[in-house]
Unconditional design. Structure first.
Length: 185
């Protein structure tokens, strides 16, 4: 039996972080996307224990500036793509540069240097993953998904979807519907 699951990655991460901070008795002011603000200084032992506990969930405590900035870039992109409403109608480059207070050329060069891919490719991958989730949820049409993910048209979404997955969104959608129908029998 298969169960279809819908989740909000931001809520999941925040919940996991809060739970593990509480377990270790670490008091905190806030847990936001990619950052925890604690009320007190944390011992090295507790940081190490927290780091070990979070690894099982794919969450890593970052301790160098470049890696920290790369993570902030990724977090911003994920935040943009996974918003409940449509993505901001501003240029992604301007949005990231403004939010992080760095020039986009510096951010883009650093991102490519560290991750071996461009910010644009990372954005496309995140948008396609989000499109898959929205298709699976079966609440929106492809036109609505394209609009929500800030594509100029369904054709543009379809082109990037096919380049990334090897399938068109409508083919992906029909495969999912067939699988769901076969599970009902």
């Amino acid at each position: 039996m298969k169960l279809q699951v819908k989740y909000d990655i931001n809520i999941v991460c925040k919940t996991i972080l809060k739970q593990h901070l509480d377990e270790l008795g670490i008091t905190f002011e806030s847990v936001t996307l990619g950052e925890i603000t604690t009320t007190d200084k944390i011992s090295t032992d507790k940081i190490h224990k927290l780091s070990e506990n979070l690894k099982a969930f794919g969450i890593e405590i970052v301790d160098d500036q470049k890696t920290d900035l790369i993570q902030k870039i990724k977090d911003l992109i994920i935040e943009m793509v996974y918003m409940d409403e449509s993505m901001p109608q501003v240029k992604t480059s301007a949005y990231i540069a403004d939010r992080l207070n760095y020039s986009y050329s510096y951010i883009a060069a650093l991102f490519s240097e560290v991750t071996y891919t461009s910010i644009e490719n990372y954005i496309i991958l995140q948008k396609i993953e989000r499109a898959k989730q929205l298709i699976l949820a079966d609440d929106l049409t492809l036109t609505e998904i394209a609009y929500r993910l800030n594509y100029s048209s369904v054709a543009h979404l379809s082109l990037q979807f096919k380049k990334t997955t090897g399938l068109t969104p409508s083919t992906f959608q029909s495969i999912i519907k067939k699988r769901r129908a076969s599970l009902m029998i």
